[in-house]
Design a protein around this ligand. Structure first.
Ligand code: NAD
Length: 352
C-alpha cells in the first residue's frame, strides 16, 4: 500500500517551513502519497472550524501527518471553541496521540547559540516524553462561573492508571534504546494524581530491568534542567508539566527553530511538527528556519515508516548544512552565512 502523508501547513510561517520539508520528503523517492489540508486559523477562515470535517477524514486515513504550526493574533479574540489551538488539541485527541516525543539535542556547531555556558550544555542529548491527551488540559469539570458574587475559575487534574501505564511504557522503551536512564517527573508531595503517577511508574520498572528509573519533583526538574541538563537521558511526565519542561529544554539548545517533535498513537501512527509556534512576527518574510520541520519529517521516517536509513540521511544532511556555516536568522552568528527559508531547504536537498 502506498504510504500516505497528510500535510497541514497551518498558519504563520507554517506554509513556508512545511514547503521545505515536503521537498525533502519528495526527494527521498520513497513513493509517499502527499495531500494537503487545512488546520488552525487558516481552517477557521475558510470553513469556520479550526479542525474541519474534511481534514478529520484525511487525518484518519493518513499514516502520518506533518504539521507546520497554528495560531496568531488574528484569531486570539475568537470564542475559545473557534481558536486555532482548539484544532491542534482536537487532532491530537481525535488521532489518540497520547505520546509526545521531544528530543533536545545541541549540535556542536550551535553551542554558542545556547544562553548557558558551553561546558554545561555541549553534547546535550535528552528526550522528553510528555503525555498528551489527559491531565488538567482535558479534565472535566472546568470553566469560569459566577459563585458567591465573584468569578470563579476551575480545572480538574486527573489520570487513570491505564493512561499512566501506556505513556510509561513508551518512555521505558525509548530509554531502553538510548542511555537506559528514565527520570519520571511529578508533584507527588502536593497532588494525589501525581502520587498515582509515581506509583504506576514504580510498578512498571521491574518489567524493564535494564533501565534505571528515578523520580524528581517538577520544581526541582525545572531547576536541574538549567543547572546540569546532561544528567538526564529520558524524562517522562504528564501533559501540563511536560508542556512547560519541554519548552524549557528546547531553549537549552539555543534555538526553537531546530527542534522537532513526534506525537504517536499505539500503532506508531504519528503527527510530526516542529516544537515552535507559528511565529507571526516573521511570517511571510521567507526567513523562518525550516530545520525543525525537516527534522520532524526525519522522525516520521523513523517512527512511523521504519525507514531508519532515510531518517539518518536527512539528519546528516542537516548536520552537513550546519557544518558548512549556513544559518537562518534565528541561529545566525558572526562568521556564518545568513540564508532564508528556501535557500536552507535547497542546501539540505543538495546535501542529501
Ligand atoms: P513562536 O514559537 O511562534 O515564536 C517565538 C519566537 O521564536 C518568535 O520570535 C519567533 O519569530 C521565533 N521563531 C519560532 N519559530 C521559528 C523559526 N522556525 N525560525 C525562526 N524563528 C522562529 O511562539 P509564540 O510567539 O509564543 O506564539 C505565536 C503563535 O503560535 C501563537 O498564536 C501561539 O498560540 C502559536 N503556537 C502554536 C504552536 C503549535 O502550533 N504547535 C505552538 C506554540 C505556539
Amino acid at each position: 500500500m502506498t504510504p500516505k502523508i497528510l500535510i497541514l501547513p497551518g498558519d504563520g510561517i507554517g506554509p513556508e517551513i512545511t514547503g521545505e520539508a515536503v521537498r525533502v520528503l519528495g526527494a527521498l523517492s520513497l513513493g509517499f502519497e502527499m495531500e494537503t489540508a487545512l488546520l488552525g486559523g487558516a481552517a477557521v477562515d475558510a470553513t469556520g472550524e479550526p479542525y474541519p470535517e474534511a481534514t478529520q477524514k484525511l487525518a484518519k486515513a493518513a499514516d502520518a501527518v506533518l504539521l507546520g504550526a497554528v495560531g496568531g493574533p488574528k484569531w486570539d479574540t475568537l470564542p475559545r471553541e473557534k481558536r486555532p489551538e482548539k484544532g491542534l488539541l482536537g487532532i491530537r485527541k481525535h488521532l489518540n496521540l497520547f505520546a509526545n516525543l521531544r528530543p533536545a539535542i545541541l549540535y556542536p556547531e550551535l553551542a554558542n547559540a545556547s544562553t548557558l555556558k558551553p561546558e554545561v550544555v555541549s553534547g546535550l542529548d535528552i528526550l522528553i516524553v510528555r503525555e498528551l491527551t489527559g491531565d488538567i488540559y482535558f479534565g472535566q469539570p472546568r470553566g469560569i462561573e459566577n459563585r458567591g458574587g465573584e468569578r470563579f475559575g476551575f480545572n480538574t487534574m486527573h489520570y487513570t492508571e491505564t493512561e499512566i501505564r501506556r505513556i510509561g511504557r513508551v518512555a521505558f522503551e525509548a530509554a531502553r534504546k538510548r542511555g537506559k536512564r528514565l527520570c519520571s517527573v511529578d508533584k507527588m508531595n502536593v497532588l494525589e494524581t501525581t502520587q498515582l503517577w509515581r506509583d504506576v511508574m514504580n510498578e512498571l520498572a521491574p518489567e524493564y530491568p535494564e533501565v534505571t528509573l528515578s523520580h524528581m519533583l517538577v520544581d526541582n526538574a525545572a531547576m536541574q534542567l538549567v543547572r546540569a541538563p546532561r544528567q538526564f537521558d529520558v524524562l517522562v511526565t504528564g501533559n501540563m508539566f511536560g508542556d512547560i519542561l519541554s519548552d524549557e529544554a528546547s531553549m537549552l539548545t539555543g534555538s526553537i527553530g531546530m527542534l522537532p517533535s513526534a506525537s504517536l498513537d499505539e500503532h506508531n501512527k504519528g503527527l510530526y511538527e516542529p516544537s515552535h509556534g507559528s511565529a507571526p512576527d516573521i511570517a511571510g518574510q521567507g526567513v523562518a528556519n525550516p530545520l525543525a520541520t525537516i527534522l520532524s519529517a526525519a522522525m516520521m521516517l523513523r517512527y512511523t515508516f521504519n525507514e531508519e536509513a532515510a531518517a539518518r540521511r536527512v539528519e546528516n544532511a542537516v548536520k552537513a548544512v550546519l557544518a558548512k556555516g549556513l544559518r537562518t536568522g534565528d541561529i545566525f552568528e558572526t562568521g556564518t552565512t545568513k540564508v532564508g527559508t528556501k535557500a536552507m531547504g535547497d542546501a539540505v536537498l543538495a546535501a542529501l
